[in-house]
Each structure stands twice: as C-alpha cells, then as structure tokens.
Design a protein around this ligand. Structure first.
Ligand code: NAP
Ligand code: G4F
Length: 325
C-alpha cells in the first residue's frame, strides 16, 4: 500500500521537528514547507533531513502553497508556521497578522482549489483566551486575545471553522496551551531560563534578566502535544480540541525548579527588567483537556518538573560541548 503523505508548514520550528519525527515513525512520507532565509536554519531537523522532503514556500505567498500541494498531493496538512513570539507581535503587528492570521486563509484556499478532501490541522493557541473569561479554559470558553499575535490566532481559528462549515472540509483546530522542550526557541521564557541557569552553573553568565514573575502558564512537553495533533486528523469528524495539562505554574515557580535542579538559589541571580514586561499581559492560563482525553484518548506524559529538568540537563550538555567543558 502507498504511504500516506503529510505536508507540515513550520517544519523547522520546535513542533514541526517533533511532528516530523512522529509521522516518520508512523511510516508517512513527510514533506516540509520552508521559507527562504539567507542562512540555513535546519538545526532541529538535521537528524532527519535525509528522510524528509523540503519544499520552498512561504505563508505570505499563496502560489507557493498551491504549487506544493499540487506537486505533493498530501492526504494531511499540518499548519504550524507562524510568527509565534508574542512580544514581537507588538513591534510587528501587521506582519504577524499577515503570516499568522491571513496565512491560514491562503493555505485553506489553496487546499480547497487543489483537493478539498485533504485533512487540515490548524495550530490554534491558548493565547486566544488572553484575559480569561473562565477558569479552566475549554473549547467553548469565549475568546479575549491580549496581543496582536492572539488576535491573529483568533482569525486563523475562525477561518478554519469557517472553511469546515462553508465547504464541508476536514478542518480541525488544536487549541494548544504552552508546550516546551530542549528545542524551544531561546526567546521563550522556559528556554531562556533553563539556558541561562546552565550558563550560570558553568560560570558563563552572572545573572538572569526577567520580566513578569507572576504570570501563570499551563506548560507541557512538545513531544506529547504533537501526538494530539496527529490523533485529531485521524478522527472521522473535524472538531476543536483543547490540549493542556490542566495544571498551572508561575514564572517564579519555573525559576525555583530550574535553579533548584542545579542547587542554586534563584533569588541571588535574578534581576527584574522592564524590557521583558508586556504592554498587555495574559495572567493565568490553565486548560481543561477533558474532551481530548475522552475523544482522542490523549493525555500528557511529562510533568512540569520533569520538563524543566530535562531542559536544564540538555542545556548543560549543549554548553559543555560548545565550550569544551
Ligand atoms: P516556532 O518554533 O516559532 O516555529 C515556527 C515555524 O514557522 C518555523 O518553522 C518558521 O520558520 C515558520 N515560519 C514563520 N514564518 C513563516 C512564513 N512566513 N512562511 C513559512 N514558514 C514560516 O513555533 P512552535 O513553538 O513550533 O509552534 C508551532 C505552531 O504552534 C505555531 O503556529 C505557534 O504559533 C503555535 N502554538 C505554539 C504553542 C507553543 O507553546 N509552542 C502553543 C500554541 C500554539 P523559520 O525556521 O524559517 O523561522
Ligand atoms: O514563554 P513566553 O514568551 O510564551 P507566551 O507568551 O505564553 O507564548 C507562547 O505560548 C503561546 C500559547 O499560549 C503560543 F501560542 C505562543 O506561540 C508561544 O509559544 O511567555 C510566557 C510568560 C508571559 O506571561 C511573559 O510575560 O512568561 C512571561 N515572562 C516573564 N519574563 C517572560 C519573561 N517571557 C519571555 N519570553 N521572556 C522573559 O524574560
């Protein structure tokens, strides 16, 4: 039997790399849409690069998507591409709206034109809940985004539902809460903390400059969350699903666990810095993954403490290799 084909946008990102590994393990032919950059940034997929096919394309360029879909003829498309850093969305609001919001419509419309039977996954975000209207947040919690990124994701979420309802397409939206890993970008708070903690432990840095310590997030492991993405596209009926751990931790708790893992006192090394405060904050995110548990049989395996310890260990290893320690 011919292998199933999947196209992943954002394959060079954190989730794209874990999802590509999962799909390969499930014997898919995996294709990734990658944008042109002046330097190659394939670090996260280098270990599987000979097993996947990369296609040139951009979320700003619908022609490139139509061409990719016509050439590949995938059965499944996972849209993970986005300008995904919330802080940057205040300095680049129009660009964020174009890539993270309108980009979804470009891709959906390319699918509609090439093959409307393709199953589509949209990477929606808990950031859409923003100023939360209820705790915990479920699939039916009203949305109240608090950043240009959150607003763009609301657009992407609703256009996914709209294509499902207008054209009867298999369009599914995963509302994923924060998920992290050793492959997380260095600008996000978990990785910034674990990387700096490892630097301090090895004598390569003296302090950690940080923003709001009171913000609370529902943090899970990216490796667990990509399994939910795949499970969603195996359902007969497209739907929306919240993917979360159901527990929440503060940024201060993150510091305690990360510094504590290497026997350091976070208080001695941490400096609050206005530059990392946001014009509008999302104070408390905690998701209710009951529906995903019941319908997908999904549940997270890695705890918050295990996740942060895994990330600190990985950063220690990385830095020791880089600095010959
Ligand atoms: P990430 O590491 O920032 O990866 C983003 C990916 O999008 C990268 O591969 C990037 O390519 C690609 N991309 C950006 N602009 C593009 C463009 N114009 N055309 C084509 N590709 C473009 O993000 P992530 O953490 O893996 O998240 C994956 C998706 O889930 C994103 O949509 C994010 O918004 C969403 N999400 C993430 C979380 C989370 O906690 N991680 C939670 C909810 C939702 P380059 O390598 O070239 O930059
Ligand atoms: O790690 P963060 O930058 O992630 P944020 O804003 O929650 O967004 C991530 O998760 C979303 C899901 O809800 C995704 F959709 C999105 O793409 C991205 O993956 O910040 C987390 C919290 C914020 O409240 C921020 O104010 O940490 C607080 N924080 C405190 N000090 C900091 C810092 N965040 C960063 N990045 N850097 C700091 O120094």
């Amino acid at each position: 039997m011919a292998k199933k084909r999947a196209l992943v946008t954002g394959i060079t990102g954190q989730d794209g790399s874990y999802l590509a590994e999962l799909l390969l393990a499930k014997d898919y032919e995996v294709f990734g849409l990658v944008r042109r950059t002046s330097t190659v940034n394939f670090e996260r997929i280098r270990h599987i690069q000979d097993q996947i096919t990369l296609i040139s394309g951009d979320m700003l360029d619908q022609t490139s998507m139509t061409r990719a879909l016509s050439d590949i003829r995938p059965q499944e498309v996972y849209n993970l591409a986005a300008q995904s850093f919330v802080q940057t969305s205040w300095t680049q609001p129009v660009f964020t709206g174009d890539v993270t919001g309108l980009g979804v419509t470009r891709l959906l419309d390319a699918i509609r034109a090439v093959d409307p039977t393709i199953r589509f996954y949209q990477a929606s975000s808990s950031e859409m809940f923003g100023k939360v209207q209820e705790v915990p947040q479920t699939e039916s919690t009203p949305l109240y985004p608090r950043s240009p990124y959150g607003v763009a994701k609301v657009y992407g979420h609703w256009i996914t539902i709209n294509y499902r309802e207008s054209y009867n397409m298999h369009c599914t939206s995963g509302i994923l809460f924060n998920h992290e890993s050793p492959r997380r970008g260095l600008e996000f708070v978990t990785r910034k903390v674990t990387h700096t903690v490892a630097q301090i432990k090895l004598g390569l840095a003296q302090e950690l400059r940080i923003g709001n310590l009171d913000a609370q997030r529902d943090w899970g492991f990216a490796g667990d969350y990509v399994q939910a993405m795949w499970l969603m596209l195996q359902q007969d009926t497209p739907d929306d699903f919240v993917i979360a751990t159901g527990t929440t931790q503060s940024v201060q708790r993150l510091l305690e666990v990360a510094f504590g893992h290497v026997d350091l006192d976070w208080n001695k090394y941490t400096v609050q810095d206005e530059r990392f405060m946001r014009p509008a904050e999302v104070d408390l995110l905690v998701g209710d993954p009951t529906k995903a548990g019941q319908k997908l049989g999904w549940k997270p395996a890695v705890t918050f403490e295990q996740l942060i310890q895994m990330m600190v260990e990985s950063d220690l290893k990385l830095l020791k290799a880089e600095h010959g320690k």
